[in-house]
Write a protein that binds this ligand. Sequence first.
Ligand code: FAD
Length: 331
Amino acid sequence: MKINENVKIKELTTMRLGGLARYVIELETVEDVEKAYLFAKERQLPVFILGTGSNVIGKDEGFKGVILLNRIKGIRFIDELTIDAMGGELLDDLVAFTTEKNLSGIEALSAIPGTVGAAPVQNVGAYGQEIEQVLESVYAYDFKEEKYVTIKKEDMNLGYRQSIFNQGEDAGRYLIISMRIHLSHDRLTPPFYTSLQSYVEEHQITDFSPKSIREMVTEIRWSKLPKPEEMASSGSFFKNVYLDDQEAERLRSMNVPVWEGNKVPSGWLIDHAGLKGKSFYGMRVSEKAALILINESAQSYAHLKQAREEIVSIIEKKYGLTLKQEPVELE
Ligand SMILES: Cc1cc2nc3c(=O)[nH]c(=O)nc-3n(C[C@H](O)[C@H](O)[C@H](O)COP(=O)(O)OP(=O)(O)OC[C@H]3O[C@@H](n4cnc5c(N)ncnc54)[C@H](O)[C@@H]3O)c2cc1C
C-alpha cells in the first residue's frame, strides 16, 4: 500500500474542487484494507473511502483524516454466469469484460464513470438497468466490528441512488472490497429506455446483443454527457424527485411530467426554468443535459454552494419542489 501526505482532493475528484487531504492511502491488496484502517485508528483519524471521486465533492477546508483509495484489481468467474469483481476495477472495464463474454445484465451501465466498489453504494443505474438487478453480495471490511464480512443483497436496502452504504447509521461503515454479480445469456428486448429506443429506431438496429447495447449506450452517453477527463462535473448533480400522490397531482396540473412511481425528472424542471447553459459563480448548467452542473471556472466549494442555492431557490419558486444534491461531500 502507498501512503501519500497532503494530497489535493481536487485532483482525486471529477468536480475538481477541494483542499488538502492529510493522508491518502492507495489500497492494492485485500490485506491493505485492514492495515490502512489500523494506520488511521492509531492516529485517531477519520477515514473516507474514494473510488475515482466521480460522485464526491471536496470542500475548501480539505480533509484532516485518511482517504482510502480503492485500487484493488481482479475479475474472475465463480461459475458460468457468476463473477467476482474487485472494487478497484473500473465499472466500465467490468462491463467491457462481460459484454465480450456475451453476458447480459450490466450492458446498459456502459460508460458510467467510477469503480466497481462504488457501484452498490448508490445502486448505480442507467437506461433501465440498476446494479441491484444482478448483484448477489459484496465482500467488505467492517470498520465498526473490525473484520471482513460478506453482505447479501437483501441486507443492503437498495433503492434509487441509495443503500445502507450511503444512508442511515451504517453509512461509511463498510469498505467494499469486491462485488459478486450474476448475469444471464438473455437479451434486452425493446421497447428500451426512451433515448436508446430512439437511437435503435433511427439507426434501424436489430442486434440487441450485450456488445451492441454497450456500443449504443456509450455513443449516446458521450454525445450528451461531459467526459470527466475533458470537463469537470459529478454527472447528475441533482436527484430526481419522488412525490406522494397529492403532490404528484399538483405537479400534473402544472403540466409537469410525472413518471411511473411519481417520479419527476429534475432535469426537466431545470430545463423548463430556462437554466440550461446558464452560469452561476463559475458553475454552468450543461446545455445538453440540464441535470449536469459543469465546473467551468469555480475555484472553491463556496462557489458551488452559491450556485446550488440559487438553482434550488429558482426551482422552489417555480414548482414548489426542493431539489436534493446527488454527489456526497467529503467531510
Ligand atoms: C459524467 C458522469 C456521468 C455519470 N453517470 C451516472 C449514471 O448514469 N448513473 C449513476 O448511477 N451514476 C452516474 N454518475 C455518478 C458516478 O459515476 C457513480 O456514483 C459511481 O458509482 C461513482 O464511482 P466512484 O468510484 O467515482 O466513487 P466515488 O465518487 O469515489 O465515491 C462515491 C461514494 O461511494 C463511496 N465509495 C466509493 N468506493 C467505495 C468502496 N469500495 N466501498 C464503500 N464505499 C465506497 C464513497 O465514500 C462515496 O460515498 C456519473 C458521474 C459522472 C461524472
